[in-house]
Structures are given as structure tokens and as C-alpha cells.
Design a protein around this ligand. Sequence first.
Ligand code: ATP
Ligand code: MG
Length: 140
Amino acid sequence: MAGKRTFTMIKPDAFEAGHSGAILKMIEEAGFKVVAMKATILSRELAGKFYEVHKERPFYQDLCAYMSSGPIFAAILEKDNAVDDFRKLIGATNPADAAEGTIRKLFATSIEANAVHGSDSDENASIEGNFFFSQFERVV
Ligand code: ATP
Ligand code: MG
């Protein structure tokens, strides 16, 4: 059965450009409830851990530098079919391929600086949420 939670980050490009409010509005209007959220800055080391699955990819070092380059919002979102519905809301990794009306189509500037993260499975949603939030913090 599809899970009810996913994990997202508003990435440094969107945070810096002041798009966080507009992105959160789209997320809420799509029916997601924010059940945990924080503004934070990833260290280079933590960015490397978060994206460890990509460590053999040619863009890994750049990705870690970019993701630790400034503040982000990290959030756990709740909705039926959360993972798949959120991936639809954000659109393709490369904004050039993202569907009209998706968050990445509207706010991403490149395949790397693509505005938001969305978990790709229920298992990773749980791992990624726990990476940023302790059980104690998830009070909603
Ligand atoms: P995310 O995991 O951030 O939600 P995604 O699942 O759509 O994105 P992944 O393949 O998991 O895409 O890539 C993780 C991130 O690495 C991308 O969101 C993007 O920031 C960066 N990235 C992916 N492919 C490239 C690429 N070819 N060149 C540069 N950066 C890339
Ligand atoms: Mg991914």
C-alpha cells in the first residue's frame, strides 16, 4: 500500500530567490499537510551523506557543493499516495522536461538547481525524514 508521507527540501536556489512561500502554497493547495519543517544549512559532509546513492555519478561533487551552498527548508509532508503525488507535483528532474504547472517548471533554473527535492520511494521518504528530524521533533 502506498504510504502517506514523503520528504522534501526547498533547495538553495529556490530559498535564495525567495520562492519558498510560493512553493509551500502550491504544496498545501495540492493537499499536502506539512507535519514537520525546518530551515537549516547542510554541511558539505551531510550533503554528501544525503546524496550518497549518487556518489559514483559525475555530478556528485557539484551537487554536494550546491546543496551545502546556502539555507534550505526540509519538510515532511502528509497525503494519501504522498510519494507519487509529490513527484508529479514537482515534475521532471530537468526543468526543461518538466510538465507545465509543475514546481520545477515554474521555479527551477537548471537540472542541478532544480528548486525542490522529493523522495522517490516510501522507504527513502522514511530514511530521509529521519535524517533531518528526530521522532521528538515530529510533533504534528
Ligand atoms: P531529487 O532526488 O533531488 O528529488 P530527482 O530524484 O529528480 O531529484 P536524482 O536523479 O535523484 O533526481 O538526482 C538528484 C539531484 O542531483 C537532482 O535533483 C539534481 O539536483 C542533481 N542532478 C541530477 N542529474 C544531474 C545532472 N545530470 N547534472 C547535474 N545535476 C544533476
Ligand atoms: Mg532523487
